[in-house]
Design a protein. Structure first.
Length: 250
């Protein structure tokens, strides 16, 4: 996957030549050329709707099953304990009751992690990358949102993979993290927690997002990916540090 700069821009807002399905497939097999097409005609609503429906649908199905509800309840309990909270009988009963509305939870999380996150993240990227836009035709918010929305198909794929794995294992979790690739780690160690937070699908998403932004801002994708990766690692470090400070266990 090339991470070179897109030197053909600025990109005028002209009709695109790739169909919706071709753009989705292109994110996986030819992201740079696909993002050039997307930048010329920044359609974002369709792909946001698709990824939202996929994410909500796969998890709603899982959380309707006894295995899925137990996995959800177990995740809530372990998260509370990880941040130093106590889960007594009353709270456990409340979690059990809440897990019965797993389908509603799936829809809410899919909306927050999909359309809402895309809109907010796009705004933050426009502000953060404004210094890079000197000498480049003004990059519109709609173009950044379209790039973010299309990059989100990588995260949607993660959910499609994770949902059946959750059903088989009876436990929630990313299907591929750094921790799963490193054997022999002490489960409660700080590094194990950090490794659990490094998701390979998120790293893939960062690379794809960086390629899309490089097309818009005519900057090397490698440098943009390093910056995004730095932010991601910092967020994981903050999360792990918070768990350590609160004295919780995982």
């Amino acid at each position: 996957m090339s991470m070179t700069s897109g030197a053909e821009l600025p990109v005028p807002l002209i009709p695109h030549s790739k169909s919706f399905s071709a753009r989705i497939l292109g994110i996986f097999i030819a992201p740079k050329s696909t993002f050039r097409t997307i930048a010329r005609a920044p359609d974002w609503l369709g792909v946001l709707a698709l990824t939202f429906l996929v994410n909500a649908g796969v998890w709603a199905v899982v959380f309707q099953t006894p295995v899925g509800r137990f996995a959800l309840m177990d995740r809530w309990e372990s998260s509370a304990i990880a941040f130093g909270q106590t889960v007594d009988d009353d709270r456990y009963a409340a979690l059990e009751t809440a897990s019965e509305r797993g389908a509603i939870y799936a829809v809410a999380v899919a909306f927050a992690a999909g359309p809402l996150l895309a809109v907010v993240l796009s705004g933050l990227l426009v502000l953060a990358l404004r210094p890079l836009s000197s000498g480049v035709e003004r990059v519109a918010y709609s173009q950044v949102l379209a790039v973010v929305a299309h990059a989100g198909v990588i995260l949607a794929l993660r959910e499609v993979v994770a949902a059946p794995i959750t059903y088989v294992r009876g436990a929630l979790g990313s299907p591929l993290t750094l921790r799963l690739m490193l054997s022999g780690l002490d489960e409660g160690s700080t590094f194990a927690r950090f490794a659990s937070g490094i998701d390979m699908f998120v790293l893939w998403w960062i690379v794809v997002l960086a390629i899309g932004l490089s097309v818009l801002y005519r900057r090397p994708a490698r440098g943009l990916a390093v910056r995004l990766f730095g932010v991601y690692v910092a967020m994981v470090v903050i999360l792990v540090t918070t768990m350590a400070v609160t004295g919780g266990t995982q």
